[in-house]
Design a protein around this ligand. Structure first.
Ligand SMILES: [Zn+2]
Length: 63
């Protein structure tokens, strides 16, 4: 597998099912956000990561 440019420089893990869960590992600043569990928290967490972490990522601010 070759790397592709991504909007998020990290891994967003989302598990769906009876107990949805999500976690985000930022490869730039090394921060792990989450995990959160539950349908509503997971949905808002994904939005949070995309909207908030991308803007406040400390590694991003240095470039
Ligand atoms: Zn980051």
């Amino acid at each position: 597998m070759t790397g592709r440019p991504q909007q998020l420089a990290g891994l967003l893990h989302v598990v769906l099912g009876d107990q949805p869960a999500a976690r985000y590992d930022c490869h730039r600043c090394g921060t792990t956000e989450g995990p959160v569990t539950g349908p509503r928290p997971v949905a808002s967490f994904v939005e949070h990561v995309r909207a908030v972490h991308a803007g406040r990522c400390p590694a991003r601010a240095t470039t």
